[in-house]
Design a protein around this ligand. Structure first.
Ligand SMILES: [Fe+2]
Ligand SMILES: [Fe+2]
Length: 264
């Protein structure tokens, strides 16, 4: 089964200066398979410490680990961040807790749910309050957990790296490509919409919540958005995405249609 997982492409450095590096890793199942949702992971290295965003499912654990080891020793990873509780985000957590000495940052809502992925000891799990929080880095910069509740999970955060200006948005901005259509960077926003729309209309909560999140993240200096699935929004596409998402009708806005199993 392992050989069915392929890299989307080689790992990519999204940002680099003398004190700070952001590395992207991405995985998907071999083309034609549809049981496995492609995921993106990001590793921040600041001075000699690592910070891993949405480590991924058990299915990709050893692939991610192998690639991280090309960048740093896993024992240098200080924090693991989970945007929410889904298996594609963090079912690999028991393995990461053994391979690293890191603490896991996850919404307080999911503190006791992560045990069901096989984590016996939650002493290294830090429950993040609804208002979010930030971790100060050795360079003086910070990584912040920005509230993104109900988008789509009830206890959900986006992760913002202040040095690079990269917003790791979790499932917000996710795209699912048909086989053979994949690309890494969004270039044509209108074309990209067709790979995002269906997912967001059904998995996101409602326009009220989308608009609230956009209002919050607009206060940040965002230079790139990396969702947990699909393609990356470079700086010139950030505003296109935020405007679209703030207007999106989804979830509860279509509740009657959803209950009647009508398409929308
Ligand atoms: Fe999710
Ligand atoms: Fe996801």
């Amino acid at each position: 089964m392992d050989q069915q997982i392929t890299r989307v492409e080689e790992s990519r450095i999204l940002f680099e200066d003398d004190e700070h590096q952001v590395v992207w890793f991405g995985w998907e199942e071999a083309e034609g398979a549809d049981s496995f949702v492609q995921t993106n992971q990001c590793l921040v290295v600041n001075h000699d410490k690592g910070y891993l965003f949405d480590p991924g499912g058990t299915y990709v654990f050893h692939h991610v680990l192998e690639n991280i080891m090309k960048v740093i020793n896993p024992r240098q990873i200080r924090y693991l961040f989970a945007t929410h509780q889904d298996p594609d985000v963090c079912s690999s957590i028991p393995y990461w807790m053994k391979t690293t000495d890191a603490d896991l940052m996850i919404s307080r809502l999911w503190l006791h749910f992560v045990s069901h992925f096989g984590l016996e000891d939650v002493s290294r799990v830090t429950p993040v309050p609804d208002g979010g929080g930030r971790i100060k880095l050795d360079s003086g910069d910070y990584i912040a957990m920005i509230p993104a509740h109900f988008l789509h999970s009830e206890g959900n955060f986006s992760i913002y790296d202040s040095r690079s200006g990269i917003l790791f948005s979790g499932d917000i901005g996710a795209a699912i490509f048909p086989s053979g259509e994949r690309y890494l960077m969004v270039d044509d926003f209108d074309h990209h919409l067709k790979y995002m729309e269906g997912f967001h209309k059904r998995y996101m909560h409602s326009n009220q919540v989308c608009a609230r999140w956009v209002e919050l993240v607009r206060q940040l200096d965002i230079r790139m958005i990396v969702p947990q699935h699909g393609a990356i929004f470079p700086q010139e596409q950030v505003e296109n995405f935020l405007s679209w998402f703030s207007e999106l009708r989804c979830g509860g806005d279509y509740i009657d249609k959803i209950y009647r199993d009508e398409r929308f």
